[in-house]
Ligand binder design. Sequence first.
Ligand code: EPU
Length: 411
Amino acid sequence: MIMKVTKTNNLFGDVYISGSKNAALPCICAALLTKEQVKLINVPDIEDVNNLLTIIKDLGVKVKKEEDILTISAGRVKTKVINHLVSKLRGSYYLMGSLLARKRKVQIIYPGGCEIGERPIDFHLQGFKETGCEVNDTKEIIEITKKIDKETSITFPSLSMGATINIILSTCIGNGITTITNPSLEPETLCVIEMLNNMGACIIIEDNKIQINGVKKLKGVNYHIIYDRIEAGSYLFLAGSIPFSKVTLHNVDHKHLEVVIVVARKIGIKITKIDNGLIVEGPEKINKTNILIGPYPFFPTDLQQILTVVLTRSDTSKIEDAIFPDRIAHLKELRKMHAYVYDYNRIIYIKKSKLKSSKVKATDLRCAFALIIAGSMAKGTSYIMDIDYLFRGYVTPVKKLKAIGLNVEII
Ligand code: EPU
């Protein structure tokens, strides 16, 4: 698919933020931990979620989707996850954790996801081993069997949301007691923990540690997924990048975006907090800044490419992404639009640039949104090839973008 984007002078209106992609994926997998019915509310209608639903239906799970409400009944569930869609999304790796808890074994093909540099799953597999599993990894298919329930303490080499959630999922049923001493405490992790505890799990967060006390079984639940802080941040920087724009974002949890708001204000974007929302006003001038990206509560890596585009309006700025330093494919595309952006020693340097329209290519989900912002800032009409990536993680993006006045069209 190709998206046509034409320079936009100012943006006005409202954006309603949807449910969080990175919380919905593990919450859907958590629903397989019980035979009882689970109702998930505020589930985003995006390709990654729809692909995960196809995979679990293939496992024998019953799924009903009505608008943003999903009803999941995993009365029976198979343990062989061989659907080719597994390699299309990262979040499919949560099926390892949920099937280990529910069936004590799983066979799954390697998870995929956006190409944003190295994305190993060694922490997950090491964590499974440390909690009593036998792992057979052929690099194409992973076979894991839970052999014993243990009392274990796990320390990951660095913070990982995926590995933290996978170990929580895999150990919350059974007789083991697992302590994760350096867990990721991102809002999405806390969301899954809350859902599991509402299902009868016993997961305690204390002193920056997570203790998971295995229980005999879990029950059904109705659970409301958190709103997507990355979608909110994406529209925030879009509105902030176009001078004299005024856009109201609804369904925003301020505390999930604290550092994003600080950074946005520092570069000159005017932000007013309202009840469950933000009013964003695009300034005439963007100030330069230096940003270090790290695990929550640091500035999120998922907004790095988007911030890069906004900073082409500032004097020399620097971004260091300590999580995915190789998430830099957008730089080449932005250079086609005359952006002065380059990476040196794993740091992105951005100089003030006058963007010109061009034909560019989306290389991943967040790059797709970043290029839309670039297209709306650049003189003329730009064409973004492979815009399909956008639909993996943004709900009805064309409708939401047009609603605030962006000149976009899928051609
Ligand atoms: N890491 C390892 N080994 C592992 C796991 C992680 O070395 O086994 C490293 C990674 O290479 C990375 C760091 O640890 O340097 C953090 O990775 P993490 O496990 O937290 O990331 P992830 O689970 O692969 C999720 C999101 C990403 C988001 C990151 C960071 C999902 C499905 N994906 O990925 O979302 O960027 O956390 O917050 O939840 C996106 O939405 O665009 C996206 C890529």
